[in-house]
Design a protein. Structure first.
Length: 135
C-alpha cells in the first residue's frame, strides 16, 4: 500500500535489485516490469515511461522500449564505465553519444549482462529518451 501511495503522489519507488541468475529469471522480470508499466500508463497521461537502473559503482541507465519493440538506453555520464559491458552483452557498437539504440531481441542479454552491477531499479515517467542530439 505504501508503494501505491508513493506512485499516486508522483514519487518514484526505488527498489533494491536482486541479481537475476538465469535467462528465465530475466524474462520473468521483464514480463513483470512490462505489466507494471502498462498498468501505470493506462492510468496516467505521461509519456517517456521506462525504467532506471541505479548502478552499484555509480551512475544510472534509463531504459525505454519503443512502440516498434526496440530498446533505447540513456547512459548517464557517471555510468559510462559500463559501456563496454553493454556493447559486449548486446553485440552492439558503442554510440558516439550517451543514447544507445538496441534491437528489441537484445533486452534479455542486456539485463542478464548488467544484473550483477545493478543496485536499484525504479519506474520513471517523462524521461526524454529520444533526444536526437545525443545519439
Amino acid at each position: 500500500m505504501f508503494e501505491d501511495d508513493e506512485r499516486k503522489q508522483g514519487e518514484p519507488v526505488e527498489r533494491p535489485w536482486i541479481v537475476l541468475k538465469t535467462t528465465y529469471d530475466v524474462e520473468a522480470w521483464i514480463d513483470h516490469q512490462n505489466r507494471a508499466i502498462q498498468q501505470l500508463i493506462s492510468s496516467n497521461k505521461a509519456t517517456g515511461w521506462g525504467l532506471c537502473f541505479g548502478l552499484i559503482e555509480g551512475g544510472d541507465i534509463y531504459l525505454h522500449t519503443t512502440s516498434e519493440g526496440d530498446v533505447l538506453l540513456d547512459v548517464t555520464p557517471e555510468a559510462e564505465w559500463v559501456a563496454p559491458l553493454i556493447a559486449a552483452a548486446t553485440q552492439v557498437e558503442m554510440p558516439s553519444g550517451q543514447i544507445w539504440a538496441l534491437p528489441g531481441d537484445r533486452l534479455t542479454q542486456l539485463v542478464f549482462g548488467l544484473s550483477s552491477l545493478i543496485a536499484t531499479t525504479r519506474l520513471v515517467a517523462e524521461h526524454n529518451f529520444n533526444m536526437k542530439k545525443r545519439y
